[in-house]
Design a protein around this ligand. Structure first.
Ligand code: SF4
Length: 495
């Protein structure tokens, strides 16, 4: 391919830049977001802005890699975009092309080496890789390369792509990137960069979103379209499942690296929780989909009450839909502290409890003496919603009716969302009535599967395995997000 590395290395006296980084352990988490630019001056500033608008997808660490066509420069570290990618850093990252990543560890631990983009210097040049998703055959590929003598620098599943790209067998093959992508199984939206080009690829099932935009004469790639809007780019289209898009000095080129699958497997949980309401994901505006979920909920689980309140922010749109459908007024019974992260994604249980206490506050004047319907996006372990029901009661609510804008989450995800095991998921072993009793609500209603899929033209194109247990791709021995680490317990750079 014209854009693959030209074999020239960075000047050895000027190695790939990587700032010293200090491990900070206490940031909240998400899944991942990726953002890429080609052909726009001061690309690092644009990537910073794009990542900032997708901070909700990952708060554990972030990074940027840029190229000016000659040299590649990078910076990454643990923490929020505003903490890691400071103005002086961005000014040093010169170039008109680059990729960036905000991270949450769906595989691999929170070690700094796992922060992306991964940057490697192969015999034929520099490659950088940013990944959103989860590869279900990463263990097998990793073992294969380790048996052959490869040394892995991280415990992420994403690194196997780097080893395939560096494999001499693949280096000799035409369309090397496409052939490498063919080896991967699972959920992946990738941005790949060399000195000369930026590539974007999406797995054949299309689990994770990835969009293409235009900015002047340049191109933008982003996990979510909200990042397009906030960088002034115009959304063009999504990267299609099984498509590899390459942008270089000759323009934008598309190729298909995998046979089409009968049914796609877009992650419906992007709609329920992860994506920002102003994004268009899988062709649908997230806010409007959540409004429809709320409306369905009101029809499926009506109840006499005085007010509807949302658990902000991800419950806002569904609460509005519930309120409009039921005619029960919407009010603000919870206030969110925006300066603490989203508690669902903190890795350790003690931090989860601490985060919940700080994240939301009840407005007693709103709920006192009222029959309250509280709309939330999902229940994972049940402890968080239990606390919230108790707070509402202690603030004077006389009835608390919980409505959840998705079906019970009873199964883990192996495609890039960090749910706990079935044993830890409250719906993994308990009925709705048992859950209601546990959380202390007067009534509890979940959105049904029909409502969950109702906004979509072809419901068969959506993955709903965490609700149904029907996995669109065989997951085999998956189950521990830190399993790659346990395969290689002697990694010398373990923190
Ligand atoms: S299992 Fe659930 S969270 Fe995972 S990809 Fe499927 S719908 Fe999304």
């Amino acid at each position: 391919m014209p854009c693959e590395p030209d074999g020239k290395q960075n000047n050895p006296k000027e190695p790939v830049q990587s700032e010293p980084i200090h491990l900070q352990s206490d940031h909240p988490k998400e899944e991942c977001g990726i953002f890429g630019v080609y052909g726009v001056e001061l690309a690092s500033g644009l990537i910073h802005r794009g990542l900032f608008s997708m901070q909700h997808r990952g708060q554990e660490g972030c990074g940027i890699v840029v190229s000016d066509g000659d040299r590649v420069r990078s910076h990454k570290g643990p923490g929020l975009v505003s903490e890691v990618l400071t103005e002086p850093t961005l000014l040093r990252l010169t170039g008109d092309r680059g990729i960036g990543h905000v991270r949450y560890s769906t595989t691999g631990s929170t070690r700094i080496q796992n922060v992306q983009p991964l940057v490697v210097e192969c015999v034929d040049g520099i490659w950088a890789v940013a990944h959103n998703g989860n590869l279900i055959n990463a263990d097998k590929l990793r073992r294969m390369y380790q048996d052959a003598g490869a040394i892995f620098q991280t415990s992420t599943d994403s690194e196997v792509l780097v080893h395939i790209l560096a494999d001499p067998m693949f280096r000799r093959r035409p369309q090397r990137v496409a052939r490498a992508l063919e080896e991967l199984r699972g959920a992946f939206s990738f941005l790949i960069m060399t000195k000369d080009c930026v590539m974007a690829a999406r797995d054949p099932h299309g689990f994770r979103p990835l969009s293409i935009g235009r900015l002047g004469d340049g191109y933008i790639f982003a996990s979510e379209t909200c990042a397009m809007a906030q960088t002034g780019a115009e959304y063009i289209r999504d990267v299609e499942p099984g498509e590899l898009v390459t942008v270089d000095e000759t323009g934008l080129h598309s190729s298909i690296f995998a046979d089409p699958v009968t049914n796609k497997a877009h992650c419906v949980f992007e709609m329920v929780y992860f994506a920002r309401p102003d994004s268009v994901v899988f062709g649908k505006n997230v806010h409007q989909v959540r409004m429809q979920y709320g409306s369905w909920l009101a029809k499926e689980h009506p109840v006499d009450a005085d007010i509807v309140i949302a658990v902000p922010d991800s419950g806002n749109s569904a609460a509005l839909g519930y309120s409009r459908e039921s005619g029960i007024p919407l009010d603000f019974g919870f206030i969110r502290n925006h300066y603490i992260g989203r508690t669902f994604i903190m890795p350790q249980a003690d931090k989860r409890a601490a985060g919940v206490d700080l994240k939301l506050a009840v407005v007693p004047e709103v709920v006192r003496g009222k029959r309250v319907i509280v709309v939330d996006d999902s229940i994972v372990r049940g402890t968080t919603v239990r606390h919230r029901v108790a707070w509402l009661r202690s603030a004077g609510a006389i009835e608390v009716h919980v409505r959840i804008s998705c079906p019970p989450v009873a199964h883990p995800c192996f495609y890039g969302i960090d749910f706990p095991t079935s044993e830890e998921l409250i719906a993994g072993g308990q009925s709705v009535e048992e859950i209601r009793k546990f959380i202390g609500a007067d009534t509890l209603g979940y959105l049904g599967e029909e409502g969950l899929l109702s906004p979509f033209g072809n419901p068969n194109d959506y993955c709903k395995a965490c609700f149904s247990g029907e996995y669109p791709l065989e997951v085999g021995g998956m189950g521990d997000k830190n399993r790659l680490e346990s395969l290689n317990p002697e990694l010398p750079f373990r923190q």
